[in-house]
Design a binder for this molecule. Structure first.
Ligand SMILES: C[S@@+](CC[C@H](N)C(=O)[O-])C[C@H]1O[C@@H](n2cnc3c(N)ncnc32)[C@H](O)[C@@H]1O
Length: 263
């Protein structure tokens, strides 16, 4: 047979080489900041099609990424399961017991997901905001990315949702934006705040008194805006200087809007 000539269909069928079994794809699905309307069309498509869905949650809690999906996804016990953190805030993240327990948790979770992926089933990990922005998804991605195809679906970040709902642009002109975990020591926060034009302080929780003191020492407390549960039920936006207490839930942040060039 000349090269380029096609085999008749019935012969082609008989001579087809059996293909190696294909693996599933690991999807990190950005679920946005809370309001389900901020889900992307691509996220929706993956949620509708993936045969296995997982989400992270604290013991005895539902998991925020799954709650965001409630508006678009009925509970399907056969198709989805939670990955329950052994610890969240009970121990310091650098405590050896915390490090060991979390490493074992991520190893075990990635082994379970590898079983699905190896059997050809796509797995979607529901991730709050954007999966590649302080996301737990990244710990599974790191363990699985060299063995299986991966697709990350970007999401609207929590900070983007928060400054949108606060009605405050975050950067103008040449403003430099610094994202700071509130878990940093007081002195580091002050130093970074003094060196930036705009800032987002995440992971507030019990660190709010330290953040308030650091903003005051850096001379920028007046401009700071506190946002709790941005775009979610129970959203609250208030100038930090007017917030009478230092109580802050996990889903809260402080925004320091820039004041750069405004022709
Ligand atoms: C581990 S980080 C995850 C960030 C997420 N991947 C994202 O793209 O926004 C969790 C922190 O994000 C902040 N956060 C995320 N979504 C938020 C929201 N809707 N409202 C307030 N804070 C939020 C809080 O500071 C929280 O402690």
């Amino acid at each position: 047979m000349e090269s380029g000539e096609r085999l008749p269909p019935e012969v082609a069928e008989q001579t087809e080489v059996p293909r190696a079994a294909t693996t599933g794809t690991l999807f990190g699905v950005g679920m946005g900041p809370g309001e389900p309307d901020y889900l992307t069309m691509r996220a929706m498509r993956v949620l509708e099609r993936a045969p296995v869905l997982v989400h992270f949650c604290k013991k005895g809690r539902r998991g925020n990424a799954r709650t965001i999906a409630d508006a678009v996804l009925a509970a399907e016990p056969g198709r989805e399961y939670p990955l329950v953190y052994p610890y969240t805030t009970e121990l310091h993240p650098e405590h050896p017991d915390y490090v060991a327990a979390l490493a074992a948790f991520y190893d075990d979770a990635s082994a379970r997901l590898a079983d699905h992926l190896g059997a050809g089933r796509d797995v979607a990990i529901l991730s709050e905001g954007d999966p590649f922005f302080y996301g737990s998804f990244m710990h599974l991605w790191r363990r699985l990315k060299d063995r299986f195809p991966v697709e990350v679906v970007p999401g609207v970040t929590g900070m983007s949702g928060c400054w949108t709902r606060a009605g405050t642009p975050i950067t103008w002109g040449d403003d430099v934006l610094t994202v700071l975990p509130a878990t940093l020591p007081h002195a580091a926060l002050v130093e970074r705040l003094r060196a930036t034009d705009a800032a987002v302080l995440m992971k507030l929780g019990r660190h709010l008194p330290k953040v308030r003191a650091a903003l005051a020492e850096a001379g920028v407390l007046e401009r700071a805006v506190y946002v709790e549960r941005g775009t979610m039920a129970g959203e609250r936006v208030i100038a930090l200087k007017d917030k009478p207490d230092d109580v802050a839930p996990y889903f809260s942040m402080v925004l320091l809007p820039g004041e750069g060039r405004r022709p």
